[in-house]
Design a protein around this ligand. Structure first.
Ligand code: HEM
Length: 319
């Protein structure tokens, strides 16, 4: 997941892209598109359950989530193209995400199209694996799962589909994703090459052309940064007056101008999907799978096929 451009040209492009892509307000525009894909994914879950011997098992979840994430990306791509057509035809696209980018005179349309196609190729694996880890962790922690269910149903009544704004009122849902990415930062390492000048950092001298590598995985599992680092504890992220962790202890999307461009899209996708899944199903482990280890295969992936039971919750009768 890298842009091919380097140096000054890259920097200019990213400054423009970041302005639009990383603003939460803009990703909200994609809620409907993503929700349509979540609806299809839920149908697929029902189908797979029915086909299974127990009537509730979903085998090879990573595979299913990959297809879901790819589909979401394709739909977002279509929506972006539709916006582009409107921009080109001088039609109004008020409030639409990327409008600014697509109509920005400072960038040639070649640069813009190039960035978008690169952008849409990235992140399918990262989002689907994060979803897989979240569901796996929840399946092993009924208490956290119940807290999540309460958080979602407090906001989402009856059969309604959450909007991107409603998800903002689900702090536990967001905490679950944050905690999942702390334990399984799907992009576990980041590197930077200091190409231009020698630098002194914290009293240490680094000559130019030094490569710095940072292991997200090591830092976010360090007991000094996160007490009980090996424990799945979404609560640690809640803003309810408790002492919160150092925000730089876990930066799974990177930080600064080179940080992940797809962050808001990824979060939207994961929040909308997880809210609806947890409302419909209680997730339970498949005992034949055992304890899953992570392996580094360009992203942090499970070392085996993960199956989970999706036990349907009784229907509620609220309005
Ligand atoms: C859970 C999901 C994701 C995680 C954890 C993640 C994480 C990251 C990280 C750590 C980087 C490197 C940042 C740096 O070097 O400082 C990155 C770069 C990038 N990500 Fe993501 N990502 C995710 C999803 C996505 C999605 C959905 C997209 C596209 C829609 C995307 C597009 C990109 C692109 C284009 C870059 C390269 C940026 C550059 O080098 O300039 N990512 N991502």
């Amino acid at each position: 997941m890298f842009f091919n451009r380097e140096g000054e040209k890259w920097y200019k492009l990213r400054r423009v892209l970041n302005k639009r892509m990383l603003h939460p307000k803009d990703s909200v525009q994609y809620g409907d598109v993503v929700n349509a894909v979540v609806t299809d994914f839920i149908k697929r879950i029902y189908y797979l359950r029915e086909m299974s011997p127990t009537g509730d098992l979903v085998p090879n979840l990573t595979n299913e989530l990959y297809r879901f994430s790819l589909e979401a990306r394709k739909m977002i791509d279509m929506k972006m193209k539709a916006i582009q057509r409107r921009v080109d035809a001088n039609q109004e696209v008020a409030g639409e995400y990327l409008t600014y980018l697509l109509s920005n005179v400072k960038m040639s349309s070649k640069d813009v199209y190039g960035s978008i196609s690169e952008l849409l190729l990235a992140g399918v694996d990262s989002t689907s694996n994060t979803m897989m880890w979240a569901l796996y962790l929840l399946s092993r922690d009924p208490e956290a799962q119940e807290a999540l269910y309460q958080d979602v149903t407090r906001v989402l009544k009856g059969d309604t589909v959450p909007t991107a704004q409603e998800v903002n009122n689900m702090p536990y849902l967001k905490a679950v994703i944050k905690e999942t990415l702390r334990m399984y930062p799907v992009v576990p390492m980041n590197s930077r090459l200091i190409s231009e000048n020698d630098v002194v950092i914290g009293g240490h001298f680094f000559p130019k052309k030094t490569t710095f590598s940072m292991s997200h995985y090591a830092i976010s599992r360090d007991e000094k940064v996160f007490p009980e680092a090996w424990k799945f504890k979404p609560d640690r992220w809640l803003r309810d007056g408790r002492t919160r962790p150092n925000p730089f202890g876990s930066i799974p999307f990177g930080f600064g101008v080179r940080g992940c461009v797809g962050r808001r899209i990824a979060e939207l996708e994961m929040h909308l999907a997880l809210a609806r899944l947890i409302k419909l199903f209680e997730i339970r482990p498949d005992p034949t799978v055992g304890e899953v280890q992570s392996v580094y295969r360009s992203v942090l992936a499970p070392d085996r096929q993960v199956n989970l039971h999706f036990v349907e919750r009784p229907k509620t009768h609220e309005a």
